[in-house]
Design a protein around this ligand. Structure first.
Ligand SMILES: [Fe+2]
Length: 305
């Protein structure tokens, strides 16, 4: 069996509580979760973005927290979130490297079940901030992001949210290639992004209904939490039957929905969780089990193999 950890939206900042977010309390929750991951000796933990909430001081404090947890044995696999770019322009180019997320926040890796060599899973990590006004570090990049945002108007004419971004065409092709390779190797796949694409259940029913009215397959697009070109990502997922799940954060209330045999899991945000929210995830040959802790719900997704 493959078993690993998952956590989202720690959003630590030395800042007073606001809009339901307890920024300073995130340190204690993060350490509790890291302690649980270390105690269970999971091989790695998916950190689904927004580890900090902006400002260089908070950013560096989170880097120290990550270092401490690594010394305790936690192996992180980071996905970059929008708040992770709240640093001065001159620091932005090193954000992916600071989070060990490749040169530009995109990377993939394969995990093999120690008890069953046929149970192999490919993780493909996306950087949905790639083209955005906040991650841009030059005027030319900001202008390009602005142009693309204008060109990505929603069906109702609204601009998509400025705190989200887009995945470039080159990286969409890369995603397609990575999934094709996984399929060729007999691997199942999980795609990770800070920004959710789809969910339909629990407290999200109202949002789902709103999306239906707008005739959006990706209902989040209209609600300020999805990647500008989310439909292009979904089209790629649809082409590869090896994809069994899409993991995200960003929407702190979390969510879950199954679309075309793919479980879309949005993990609850630590910064708003009471008392905490994180999960252990198990990957078996016929199912994915999310074993939630604190107020992170648990789910079981049995997929067609
Ligand atoms: Fe976020």
């Amino acid at each position: 069996m493959i078993r690993f950890g998952a956590i989202a939206d720690v959003q630590y900042a030395d800042r007073d509580d606001a809009i339901g977010r307890s920024y300073r309390a995130s340190i204690g929750k993060f350490l509790e979760a890291a302690g649980a991951f270390a105690a269970e000796k999971v091989p790695f933990v998916l950190q689904l973005g927004d580890a900090t909430d902006g400002g260089l001081k908070n950013y560096l404090a989170v880097q120290e927290l990550l270092d401490v947890s690594e010394k305790a044995g936690v192996v992180w696999r980071h996905t970059l979130g929008n708040h992770d770019w709240g640093v001065p322009d001159e620091r932005k180019k090193s954000v992916p490297a600071d989070f060990n997320a490749g040169d530009d926040g995109y990377y993939d890796f394969t995990v093999v079940d120690p008890d069953d060599a046929a149970n192999r899973w490919r993780f493909v990590v996306l950087n949905g901030n790639e083209i955005s006004e906040y991650a841009a570090s030059t005027d030319a990049e900001r202008a390009e992001a602005k142009r693309l945002r204008e060109a990505s108007r929603l069906p109702n004419g609204d601009l998509p949210a400025s705190w989200n971004g887009a995945v470039s065409d080159a990286r969409l092709r890369w995603l397609d290639e990575r999934l094709a390779e996984a399929e060729k190797n007999g691997e199942k796949a999980i795609v990770c992004s800070h920004f959710p694409l789809y969910a339909q259940s629990g407290s999200l029913d109202k949002r789902g209904a709103a999306a239906k009215l707008l005739n959006l397959d990706i209902y989040f697009t209209s609600l300020g939490v999805s990647t500008w070109n989310g439909p292009a990502i979904l089209e790629i997922l649809d082409r590869h039957s090896c994809v069994k799940a899409f993991f995200a954060g960003h929407l702190h209330e979390g969510g879950y929905g199954v679309r075309k045999n793919v479980a879309h899991v949005t993990f609850r945000g630590v910064v708003e969780a009471k008392p905490n929210a994180f999960a252990f995830v198990e990957l078996r040959s016929d199912r994915i089990i999310v074993d939630g802790r604190g107020d992170q719900p648990s789910y079981e997704h049995r997929f067609d193999v």
